[in-house]
Structure formats: structure tokens, C-alpha cells
Design a protein around this ligand. Structure first.
Ligand SMILES: Nc1ncnc2c1ncn2[C@@H]1O[C@H](COP(=O)(O)OP(=O)(O)OP(=O)(O)O)[C@@H](O)[C@H]1O
Ligand SMILES: [Mg+2]
Length: 401
């Protein structure tokens, strides 16, 4: 009895002690009070952002500048689903490089199609599957069932049985499915061409059925389909919607829209937008990737916030790019491959930047500096077109932007 009492009072001491610890950090002596103050300060600290979420990858913007043609084309391809539902099973391939808006445009199309159809009394269920995550036939059909609200006990059924049941259920409901298989290349690789055949040619054996299932296959390149048999290949590639890399002018519009949503008015100038658009624009040597452009804008805003600046500058973009691509390594690796005159141009560029303290310099001032350096080294200067080529080459190597 005594022992029990003893242990209870010992526990009480321990509990009080444990409760006491978080009140004071023994190392710094910082009390809970000061932690709260630090946090409160961070919460009320002014920020250039008004609604940062508008720059996050999953955010769907209210409009998609420069994707009007792709939306129109998709609408034309899937028109039968609205005017003559059940007549044909429609398949389209959406193809284009990284960050060209394939996923966001397809999602917007699918969701809008669903509500337009509903207004006409047609039940179209839109399903969007990322095959990077769900890449086996079993995973894909289970996910189709889940997203299309098909009640199914998946235990012990083969993917073929599940898909058969999905079709039956959708048929009984007199509904239709539009299934977007995003990053479809992963599915082809992992599940193999038989699985592709099974999904795509679902009506081959039963042509009498009402055609309830339709597909949009999203890929970076058509070479993702090289493994499927040629008949299926030509069957699914009848309708192709291409997404070209964005040009600088187009990225400018996309970035402006995001700026207006995500930042306080007046914090991000058009010069900053133009600078990012030129870095990424396909016509300026970039990859035409809207995701990278938007992410750069986000990181530049964060760089401005972290130094307490009330505006985002080109310098913040440059710092943000440092986070996006640790280019110092790239540059020092590439220097050994430069010719003498490329190195002289680079020297001219560095001198110019150092002297002007500006984030970028014009080609003209680099050229003047280069000529001075050539004189110094007793080298015959190369012509303008040649210099321009050097700069383009260095840009390709990631040395200059
Ligand atoms: N026309 C546009 N208007 C507004 N935002 C866009 C536009 N195009 C792309 N974006 C935005 O750019 C980012 C990348 O787009 P998305 O994810 O659709 O590219 P993707 O082509 O699917 O790329 P990936 O091949 O890497 O999957 C997203 O945040 C998207 O909202
Ligand atoms: Mg995508």
C-alpha cells in the first residue's frame, strides 16, 4: 500500500516536471511568451502576397489564356457526346511538352463538359487519373470505379471483371464516362499493350452496346505509344490535340493573370513579368514551361518577403532562379568547353555587370566591352553575328540567361 502511494506521488512530481519543461527552453531561456511573440510577428509581417495559393500547382485559374484553340478542338471532337450520346466511343490524345497546360486544360474541359451535358439532361461523369500514381490495370479500373461513384466491392475481382461491372452500372444509370488518363506513357510501360487494348477496344466484341466510355489520353510525346500494336495505335490517335511550348508573349499573359490574383496591387511590375517570360519563352531559348514560370514568380515573391521588401524586383527573380537551378555548378563545369572568344565575351559580360550593378546588360554594351578586351589581348574581334551565336550557345549551356 505504501509502495503504491509512493509511486503515485512520484508520478505527480514527474508530471508537474514534464509540464514545466515546455514553458522555458533551458538553452536559450526563451519563454513561451517570446515564442508567441515571434510567431505573432511573423503572422502580421507585411507580405507581397495577397493570395499565394493562386501560384500553387494544383490551383485552377479562372481562364486559360492561349489555350482557346485546344479547348475548341476538344469540344469539336467530343461534340457527338452532347448531340448524339451513345453513338460512338470517342478517343482523343492530348500531347505536348512539360508545363504546356495539358493537365489543367483537360481538367477544365472535363468539368465544363460535365456541367454543359447536365444542363441538357445528359449525365457525363468525368474521371481524371494520374497514371504515374495508378499505373497497373487493376489500379486504373479501381480508380475509375471510385471516381465515377460506381459502388463496388473490389475484393477478389480481376480488373476485367471490375471494368465489366463499371460498364454495366453506368449503362443501367444511362450515364456516360469521360476518362482522362494523364501521363498515359507510364500506364503503357507498366501495364503493357494488352491492357491498353483492353481499355481502348472495349466495344470491339460488343458493337451492339451503347457507347458509354470515352477517353482523353494525355502524353508528353506520341512515342509513349510506340509499344502498342499498330491497329490500336491508329485507332486511338485519330484525334490529336497538340500543346505547343509557350512563347514569351503568351507566358506574359499567363503570368499577369496569376500576378493579379496572387499579389497585392503594385508589388510586381511588368518588367519582372517580362523578365520571367523571356527566361522561359520557347522563342527566347527557354522550354516554354508555364509551371516553371509560375514557380519562379512564387519563389521571387518569397525572396522579396524574406528580406522585407515591399516590391518584387528582377533581382529577386534572379535569386529565385538560383533556388530553381543551382547553376553555379553548371557554369563551372561548362567553362572548360568554351572557345577563347566565348571566354572573352563572358569576361566582357562579367565586367559590365560588375560595373553597372544592374541585373542584366544589353548586347551592345557587352560588345563594346568585348572590343576593348580584344584590344588588350591583341586579338582580332569577331563580328556581331558571331558574337550573337556565342551568347546563344552560352545560353544553351546554362551559363547566361
Ligand atoms: N494557359 C494557361 N493559363 C493559365 N495557367 C496555365 C496555362 N497553362 C498552364 N498553366 C499553369 O501552368 C502549370 C502547368 O500546367 P499543367 O500542369 O497543365 O502542364 P502539363 O502540360 O500537364 O505538364 P506535365 O507534362 O509536366 O504534366 C499549372 O499550374 C497550370 O495551371
Ligand atoms: Mg500534366
Amino acid at each position: 500500500m505504501l509502495v503504491v502511494l509512493h509511486s503515485i506521488s512520484w508520478m505527480k512530481v514527474l508530471v508537474t516536471h514534464v509540464e514545466y519543461i515546455p514553458l522555458r527552453d533551458p538553452l536559450s531561456g526563451a519563454s513561451l511568451e517570446s515564442a508567441r511573440r515571434i510567431m505573432e510577428e511573423a503572422f502580421i509581417k507585411p507580405s507581397v502576397f495577397r493570395r499565394k495559393e493562386a501560384l500553387y500547382p494544383e490551383y485552377v485559374p479562372p481562364s486559360l489564356p492561349h489555350r482557346e484553340n485546344q479547348l475548341r478542338r476538344l469540344a469539336e471532337i467530343f461534340k457527338p457526346l452532347i448531340v448524339n450520346p451513345g453513338e460512338a466511343s470517342i478517343k482523343a490524345v492530348v500531347v505536348g511538352g512539360v508545363g504546356t497546360g495539358k493537365t489543367v486544360t483537360t481538367r477544365v474541359f472535363g468539368t465544363e463538359l460535365r456541367s454543359i451535358a447536365r444542363r441538357r439532361g445528359i449525365d457525363v461523369r468525368y474521371v481524371h487519373i494520374n497514371c504515374h500514381r495508378d499505373r497497373t490495370l487493376y489500379e486504373v479500373v479501381s480508380e475509375i470505379a471510385r471516381q465515377a461513384d460506381v459502388p463496388i466491392s473490389q475484393r477478389g475481382f480481376s480488373p476485367h471483371e471490375i471494368f465489366g461491372y463499371v460498364h454495366q452500372y453506368i449503362d443501367r444509370q444511362r450515364s456516360f464516362l469521360l476518362i482522362a488518363l494523364d501521363e498515359f506513357d507510364y500506364f503503357v510501360d507498366a501495364a503493357g499493350s494488352d491492357a491498353v487494348y483492353f481499355l481502348m477496344r472495349v466495344y470491339d466484341e460488343h458493337p451492339e452496346l451503347t457507347k458509354r466510355i470515352n477517353y482523353i489520353l494525355i502524353m508528353r510525346s506520341l512515342s509513349g505509344l510506340s509499344k502498342v500494336d499498330s491497329a490500336t495505335y491508329s485507332y486511338v490517335t485519330r484525334y490529336i490535340v497538340s500543346f505547343e511550348p509557350y512563347r514569351s508573349r503568351e507566358l506574359r499573359d499567363i503570368l499577369r493573370q496569376r500576378r493579379d490574383e496572387a499579389f497585392h496591387p503594385g508589388t510586381v511590375g511588368d518588367d519582372v513579368i517580362g523578365y520571367i517570360a523571356d527566361l522561359e519563352g520557347s522563342d527566347k531559348g527557354g522550354s516554354g514551361n508555364a509551371r516553371a514560370a509560375i514557380e519562379t514568380l512564387l519563389l521571387a515573391g518569397e525572396a522579396a518577403d524574406s528580406e522585407g521588401s515591399q516590391v518584387v524586383s528582377v533581382e529577386h527573380v534572379r535569386r529565385a532562379r538560383g533556388y530553381v537551378a543551382p547553376d553555379v555548378v553548371t557554369i563551372s563545369d561548362s567553362l572548360q568547353y568554351l572557345s577563347l572568344h566565348e571566354l572573352l565575351v563572358l569576361k566582357a559580360l562579367i565586367r559590365n555587370l560588375r560595373r553597372s550593378q544592374a541585373p542584366y546588360v544589353t548586347m551592345g554594351s557587352v560588345e563594346n566591352e568585348y572590343r576593348d578586351i580584344c584590344r588588350l589581348y591583341d586579338e582580332k574581334p569577331r563580328r556581331h553575328t558571331q558574337l550573337y551565336e556565342y551568347v546563344v550557345n552560352m545560353r544553351r549551356m546554362g551559363i547566361v540567361e
